[in-house]
Design a protein. Structure first.
Lengths: 115, 239
């Protein structure tokens, strides 16, 4: 189990280093995800232990956003001054984006849609 | 007696154990309510936990920094968890390979839709220029969104707040909306959720099913890249 956690951390670390070295506009962990994906493609399969480790982490993914979410309290008054435009943009904008994006993919990706 | 309690409080308030436990308990409470509601996505565990914790911090006069001393252990796991998204994605490799062109076009259009809708709606409702610039990258995962906002001349801290709120909005509304507009393709649902509401949406997408979760994680990563490149260009063209 420890070995597989080390794999995840090493991918993240390499990702962070690459981002700093190249100034790429993506977060280090996302580059780490790409690196691990490439590694799995090369290896041609998912090691069982890594699969278990990932399931454990991803089954509580929502929890990991709580500390950052609480950070909203720091900037709550920023929103107060322009509550209507910000709330409208966040709520309606997010919903519009979901609908448009899903429509586009459903139209373009007809083939192989049975999942 | 009271003094004893006071002493215990002083001790606990100085250790990370209390806020770490508080975070886990508040989230577990959120999950309990979510299950009690028959897994209604509107009963969002992240939102519940955040409201409970913010309420308690305000009541006890605890600042965010003190809270984060304990909560950072949970926050830290976001990095390895993001890396771990490669595994469900790898399971969809055949599907990703088959539809890579559709995915690319969808991510580009979705990224534009997210930026245009957020800025457009706020502009119609009379937002200031600073707010518009801060809202533009609101669908992108936090660190990238803050970087883009800074580059555009927005307020990165305001961006951080609206990013979280967009994530929660997407997590709460996505499954209802997608059903309403008759989206049956799990890949389309996943891309839509990941583009509109990044990691918080992705966490919700995994509750729907693994295909939706895998494509949501993919879309989150690609959208960060697409928006970081497209948005500054778009703003240069418009101003």
């Amino acid at each position: 189990m420890l070995g597989f956690f080390i794999i995840l951390l090493t991918c993240q670390l390499l990702g962070e280093v690459l981002v700093i070295a190249t100034g790429a506009p993506v977060p280090g962990p996302v580059v780490g995800m790409a690196l691990l994906f490439a590694g799995l493609v090369v290896r041609g399969g998912i090691p069982k232990g890594l699969d278990a480790m990932a399931s454990a982490l991803l089954s509580h993914l929502s929890l990991l956003f709580v500390p950052a979410g609480v950070g909203v309290m720091l900037h709550a008054q920023l929103i107060g001054t322009e509550l209507l435009p910000i709330a409208g943009s966040v709520i309606v904008g997010t919903m519009v984006t979901i609908v448009i994006t899903a429509w586009v993919m459903q139209l373009l990706g007809r083939k192989g849609a049975e999942t | 007696m009271n003094e004893e309690l006071q002493a215990i409080w002083v001790y606990l308030a100085a250790s990370p154990l209390l806020t770490l436990t508080l975070t886990l308990v508040a989230y577990q409470g959120g999950i309990w309510l979510y299950n009690k509601s028959g897994n209604n996505p509107l009963v969002n565990p992240v939102l519940i936990a955040v409201v409970v914790i913010v309420g308690l911090l305000l009541l006890t006069g605890t600042d965010y920094r003190t809270y984060f001393d304990g909560a950072q252990f949970i926050h830290f796991l976001l990095g390895p968890a993001t890396v771990a998204l490669a595994i469900p994605l790898y399971r969809q490799i055949r599907s990703v390979r088959e539809s890579w062109l559709a995915i690319t076009v969808t991510v580009l259009l979705g990224s534009l839709a997210a930026a245009i809708s957020s800025v457009g709606i706020a502009w119609l409702l009379g937002a200031s220029r600073l707010t518009l610039l801060s809202l533009a990258p609101k669908s992108v995962t936090t660190p990238v969104a803050m970087g883009i906002a800074e580059q555009l001349g927005g307020l990165p801290t305001l961006t951080a707040v609206v990013v979280i709120l967009s994530g929660i909005t997407g997590a709460m509304t996505a499954s209802g909306l997608l059903k309403l507009v008759r989206i049956r393709d799990a890949r389309a649902s996943g891309l839509a959720i990941g583009i509109a509401s990044h990691g918080i949406g992705t966490a919700r997408a995994f509750q729907i099913n693994e295909v939706t979760g895998a494509f949501s994680g993919l879309a989150m990563g690609l959208n960060a890249l697409a928006t970081a490149i497209l948005l500054p260009v778009l703003f240069q063209l418009l101003s």
